[in-house]
Design a protein around this ligand. Structure first.
Ligand SMILES: NC(=O)c1ccc[n+]([C@@H]2O[C@H](COP(=O)([O-])OP(=O)(O)OC[C@H]3O[C@@H](n4cnc5c(N)ncnc54)[C@H](O)[C@@H]3O)[C@@H](O)[C@H]2O)c1
Length: 298
């Protein structure tokens, strides 16, 4: 793995991914509609809903203006571009943008000979927002939990996972690794965590989960490196919750009837990352508890 296309590399998670992969010595091309505020690698302005533009971006032997046209074929594409959450745009706009972008990226990757796709699915596929009226079937939630998309956004990710399975069936030597990301946090976001501590209900919607953008980048790197052929999906969250209350106390207070399938000592995540640990070797390195301040992060 040397030459990597990152879609959505100007976004919150994509910026961390681009920086991390560049620091690993990889050639990274950021493909997005807007330039990055952290321009660590070349940028190519592409609307991923336009199939021709996606083919051009992924075919590095292509156009005269292409930043990396001297390389043959990228080794992998990391597909992070999307309208990143429900309620940011009308449902059909989110659905169209995310579905067409994902279809175009998966399809173009296979056509140009890229055999590894790592892409951002979402924790929302698991039934978020969880409430006492819409609780998880059990906790910690894992990859066996029923898929219960509750928005066009979550549906676009659920169907993206199905697309990945079918693209892999059509291209048996391909690998599609979907990362069901929890809520992405940068160091400066940790300032807000204190305001959540007095009310366990505020962050109940995703079982108090989060993913540090740098650990998200680590998950991408491991997904690029792992020896794997197929289409599979992994919950990617930090090892702890966003709360000072223990995980068992949180469940007892907000979701007393939800069965706990495994012990959750201390602040252990209620979004299980056992599969990501086991298969990808994912090992979160950061926690909001480390007392980092903006600009002074570890
Ligand atoms: N932020 C979260 O908490 C969260 C949680 C779970 C999953 N995710 C997923 O992770 C990925 C990255 O999220 P993020 O927080 O960095 O989002 P973000 O909004 O910060 O970045 C997304 C980037 O995608 C680009 N983009 C969107 N549509 C595009 C298109 N048609 N063509 C080209 N570029 C396009 C945007 O310009 C933006 O730079 C997304 O797929 C999102 O759905 C995010």
């Amino acid at each position: 793995m040397k030459n990597i296309v990152v879609t959505g590399g100007s976004g919150k998670a994509g910026r961390a991914v681009c920086r991390h992969l560049v620091e690993q010595g990889l050639n990274v091309l950021n493909v997005d509609t807007v330039p990055s505020s952290d321009p660590v690698c070349p940028f190519y302005r592409v609307d991923l809903t336009d199939r021709g533009q996606v083919m051009d971006a992924l075919q590095w032997t292509g156009g005269r203006d292409h930043p990396f046209r001297s390389f043959a074929t990228p080794d992998a594409v990391v597909h992070f571009a999307a309208i990143r959450a429900p309620d940011l745009a009308p449902e059909d706009v989110t659905f169209r943008n995310n579905m067409m972008s994902t279809y175009n990226v998966f399809d173009a990757a296979m056509r140009v000979g890229i055999r590894r796709v790592v892409w951002a699915s979402s924790e929302t596929t698991l039934g978020l927002p969880f409430t006492p009226d819409n609780p998880p079937a059990y906790a910690p939630v894992d990859e066996e939990h029923p898929m219960r998309p509750e928005s066009a956004y979550a549906l676009s990710k659920d169907l993206g996972e199905e697309m990945a399975r079918q693209f892999h069936r059509w291209n048996p030597d391909s690998s599609f690794i979907g990362l069901r990301l929890s809520n992405v946090m940068e160091v400066q976001d940790y300032d807000r965590f204190a305001s959540w501590q007095t009310d366990a209900a505020i962050r109940k919607w995703n079982l108090w989960g989060y993913i540090d953008a740098r650990d998200c980048a680590q998950a991408v790197r491991r997904a690029l490196q792992v020896d794997f052929v197929g289409a599979d999906h992994f919950i990617i969250a930090n090892a702890d919750t966003v709360m000072e209350q223990t995980s068992a106390e949180l469940m007892a207070e907000i979701f007393p009837d939800v069965p706990l399938r495994a012990a959750v000592p201390g602040h252990e995540t209620l979004l299980s990352i056992d599969k990501a640990r086991r298969v990808l070797g994912f090992a979160p390195e950061f926690s909001w508890r480390d007392g980092q301040t903006p600009g002074g992060g570890a």
